[in-house]
Design a protein around this ligand. Structure first.
Ligand code: FAD
Length: 455
């Protein structure tokens, strides 16, 4: 590992945040990310307190020849927020949420988590589309798309981004917005972390709740085909007020397999009961946790299912339709899942998120359909091979039903190369490569679904 001690002393003279080299008591905890499979040992973790710290950390990395990883919420399953022997530019201390209730906007720090964002926005009865697990990072999720309960009504998280303060590869601090660096603003909305580090992001908010209707109902696995067909039928008729998810899961006893439907209804409260009735009245459920619920609770109800440090392998494919054949394949695959923590999650994309043209933002997955995620999760290292194999094999079985696009935020470390790039960025890849050449010609931000700069 590079000896940085003398140059670190120089860096620390002005740096406002914390600099954690190996040996610092806080280094070991700070290097961990959500996915317990990832075990990297950075030469330095620079916990930034503002854009000036971020710019200084970038310049320092370049001078020292250190590879740069950028950490927002640390939830990227591929472990892109950390690096061996390089520098982690860690935004986890850069958490703040300021809501302007009159303008219905929120400005948040680049390391803010969704639970914090939702709590502050909901204090004013406001919200925007965000992740369904409260510990996920706002920045990483938004720059790669951002699916959540509000997406049929208000689009992806990135459709609600109004501006961002970006620290570029050369250390310049610029604003990206429709009226300022509009090409950069286009690129960051779907280009992941390729174009710079977002030290703050400004979002449009919408009146939501605080009480809405939603939750989860689960049935015994014997009914899985019926449940998935019900899900398909409901999605075919769903309007913008209704978000639907289907999940094959194991119950709290770690043995009973279940087929579940999750729903969030954001329309007229007087219509909520009717909207959820087909789910609530679908025969004897094993569990019914659907009804009036606070929006913040809806976005935290899944947290316990995804504990920090669990070992994860994820792969997703986007299916434009959910045929009986696909339902059969998904069901058989789940029956082979080696861990009670593993799941198959089917997220339905429709409404506002699907009405944006694929080239309007860098984010290209703009179709109605079903994002099918093989979410392999386990605790014990001795189960690593089985966990990874199930994820890979499930994904391979789904390929024949899949469309050309894949959801960027779910791409794993081995989903790279040209096929991964085309799946993630589709028709926007060439323009993204030109903009990469403009904003990061030396590709210093490459620990992401990396866009090579155009020659
Ligand atoms: C338990 C769990 C639940 C999830 N739920 C959802 C969900 O509901 N909806 C959804 O769409 N996705 C979800 N995801 C996927 C999630 O969107 C991605 O993992 C995303 O990368 C997480 O962002 P992060 O900031 O937490 O990640 P990190 O691992 O910190 O960052 C991932 C990458 O994002 C970039 N990045 C992060 N912060 C910044 C920044 N401030 N500026 C520039 N680049 C940055 C960097 O390239 C970094 O490598 C979930 C993941 C997990 C593990």
């Amino acid at each position: 590992m590079a000896d940085l001690s003398s140059s670190l002393a120089e860096l620390s003279k002005d740096f406002s945040g914390r600099l954690l080299p190996p040996g610092d008591p806080a280094w070991d905890g700070a290097r961990r990310v959500h996915n317990g499979l990832i075990d990297r040992r950075p030469a330095l973790i620079a916990q930034c307190l503002g854009s000036a710290d971020v710019a200084q950390a970038i310049r320092f990395a370049r001078e020292q020849g250190l590879e740069i990883a950028v950490r927002g919420g640390g939830h990227n399953v591929g472990g892109r927020a950390t690096v061996d022997r390089g520098i982690v530019i860690d935004l986890s201390a850069l958490k703040h949420v300021h809501v302007d209730p009159k303008a219905r906007t929120a400005r948040v720090g680049g390391g803010t988590l969704w639970g914090h964002f939702n709590r502050e926005a909901q204090a004013h009865g406001l919200a925007t589309t965000g992740g369904v697990v409260s510990s996920t990072g706002v920045a990483g999720l938004t720059l790669g798309g951002g699916l959540g309960w509000l997406m049929p009504r208000h689009g992806m998280a990135l459709d609600n981004l109004q501006s961002a303060e970006m620290v570029l590869a050369d250390g310049r601090i610029v604003r990206a917005a429709p009226d300022e660096n509009p090409d950069l603003f286009w690129a960051i909305r779907g280009g992941g972390g390729n174009f710079g580090i977002a030290s703050s992001l400004e979002f449009r908010l919408h009146p939501v709740g605080p009480m809405i209707a939603g939750g989860l109902v689960a049935w015994p696995f014997e009914r899985v085909h019926d449940v998935m067909r019900l899900f398909r039928e409901l999605t075919s008729a769903a309007g913008d007020d209704l978000m639907l998810v289907c999940a094959l899961i194991t119950g709290p006893d770690a043995a009973t397999r279940l087929a579940a439907i999750g729903a969030g209804f954001f329309g007229d409260p007087a219509q909520a009961e009717a909207a959820l009735k087909p789910i609530k009245s679908f025969g004897q459920p094993a569990m019914d946790a659907m009804g009036p619920i606070q929006y913040t609770q809806l976005n935290a109800m899944l947290d316990a299912s995804y504990p920090a440090g669990a070992r994860n392998a994820w792969k997703a494919e986007f299916l434009e339709s959910l045929t009986d054949d696909a339902i059969g394949t998904i069901t058989e695959a789940f029956a082979r899942c080696p861990s009670p923590m593993g799941q198959i999650v089917i997220e339905h994309f429709h409404g506002a998120a699907a009405r944006v043209a694929p080239t309007d933002t860098a984010y290209a997955l703009r179709a109605s359909g079903f994002n099918v995620l093989a979410l392999s999760q386990w605790m014990a290292p001795e189960n690593d091979a089985a966990g990874a194999a199930w994820c890979r094999e499930t994904n391979a079985a789904l390929k024949r039903f899949a469309g050309a696009r894949r959801y960027l935020n779910y791409l794993d470390h081995d989903d790279s190369g040209q096929p991964g790039l085309e799946a993630a960025y589709g028709p926007n890849l060439r323009r993204l490569q030109s903009l990469k050449a403009k904003y990061d010609p030396q590709n210093i931000f490459h620990l992401n679904v990396n866009i090579p700069p155009a020659d």
